[in-house]
Design a binder for this molecule. Structure first.
Ligand code: SF4
Length: 393
């Protein structure tokens, strides 16, 4: 695996000194943790490419040229939701045009449609529909496993888990073993939004607070499940609130070690209550990738979610701190309802082509980052230790 050269480090340091972020660059090279003030300095730096260069330094130190992807399938089992988040274009009220709930049989049928494809993961998230009984959630997990027993089910964001526990009428600690028994393998990272109470009150006050998200994720990790984490950026949040969000994720990870991957999600204004907001620019998206890599020194992987970023930006992000592009997806609905113009799915061969074109070596992973395939013989041996390296840095 390649590592950043001393020449590259020196050139980055000279640039950082000139741009006023020399102290932050020194910490990055020494593998020291960046403070909240360091995070603010990196957000304030005019030279995004320099910040991206520092993030790329860390990315290559951890992962060399490897870029991870998986072959996955998305299922959004209902779009009915009572949380009324102002940034969301996916939600519908019961009876509203376009509202739907998939039965367990329909979920199973969706899995069957892709049986000929080498799918290793189903990513299953949805709205909060209070009428769904606890058994429904167990049944959709079983429906997936009945059709495809070997598939990994990554399902239920923290707000969904909170709702499932309400319907089960028992604590989440008691619910999780039953979900695992039915087939749950890990949890996604969506729904974290921005943890700050101010943003929560203004944008999604019916949804979980930041504290509740963290508490729920802690419970998930204590149950032995891995999860991811996200931040929805580019709406009404301040830079200070972004740094706060990243720092709180980092503290959670210090405690549990259960976060596999951080995914900055770009706000898409179209068809939302916040359609008057402009949304993030491309350079702002790259800065979020870079800040995630630099601040989250204990989270192994940073994902450039191509569905939201678009393919060209995801390729660029692989040189701004990201080392993962997500997967083949198959019928993404949430961000396409918010105006995403990316394809809803992509062939595995296309993913490989984008990654190679970005100058990286494709590595197919499963959901929990076991290496399944790579063109690089070293990947099998080295990638499995990347996570350990990140969590001990
Ligand atoms: S973001 Fe999730 S919880 Fe919020 S309204 Fe949309 S579907 Fe519901």
């Amino acid at each position: 695996m390649s590592s950043p050269t001393p020449q590259l480090q020196d050139s980055l340091l000279q640039g950082a000194l000139a741009a006023g972020i020399g102290a932050q660059a020194e910490k990055v090279f020494a593998g020291k943790r960046l403070s909240r003030d360091d995070g603010l300095a990196l957000y304030a730096c005019d030279d995004i490419h320099l910040v991206g260069g520092l993030a790329n330094f860390v990315r290559e130190r951890l992962h060399g040229d490897h870029a991870f992807f998986n072959v996955n399938q998305h299922i959004n089992y209902t779009n009915i939701c009572n949380k009324l988040c102002r940034f969301c274009a996916f939600q519908r009220l019961p009876g509203q045009e376009g509202a739907y709930v998939m039965s367990p049989e329909e979920v199973g049928a969706k899995i069957r449609e892709c049986l000929d494809e080498p799918v290793t993961e189903v990513h299953m998230v949805a709205g909060i529909y209070p009428k769904l009984p606890y058994e429904y959630y167990l049944d959709i997990l079983r429906a997936v496993k009945d059709v495809r027993p070997d598939i990994h089910i990554k399902a239920f964001t923290m707000i969904e888990l909170m709702q499932i526990a309400v319907r089960a009428k028992k604590p989440l600690q008691e619910v999780l073993p039953e979900l695992i028994e039915a087939g749950l393998g890990s949890c996604p990272g969506g729904g974290a939004e921005v943890f700050a109470d101010r943003v929560h009150l203004e944008g999604y006050h019916l949804k979980n607070t930041g504290d509740q998200w963290i508490e729920t994720a802690r419970t998930v990790h204590e149950a032995g499940l891995k999860s991811n984490a996200t931040m929805l950026h580019g709406h009404i949040e301040t830079v200070e609130e972004r740094v706060d969000h990243l720092d709180r994720l980092r503290l959670l990870q210090d405690e549990t070690g259960g976060l596999q991957c951080y995914i900055p999600l770009s706000f898409h204004p179209e068809n939302t209550e916040w359609s008057h907001l402009p949304g993030p620019t491309g350079l702002e998206e790259l800065r979020e990738i870079a800040l995630g890599r630099l601040m989250l020194d204990n989270v192994p992987h940073i994902k450039a979610y191509w569905i939201m970023l678009g393919i060209p930006m995801a390729q660029l992000a692989l040189s701004y701190g990201a080392n993962d592009v997500d997967g083949t997806v198959v019928e993404e609905r949430i961000y396409h309802d918010a105006g995403a113009t990316t394809p809803q799915a992509v062939e595995r061969s296309e993913l490989l082509r984008w990654i190679r074109d970005a100058g990286r070596i494709p590595v197919e992973r499963d959901t929990i980052y076991n290496v399944l395939w790579s063109e690089d013989a070293q990947a099998q041996a080295s990638c499995s230790t990347d996570a350990e390296a990140a969590t001990t840095s």
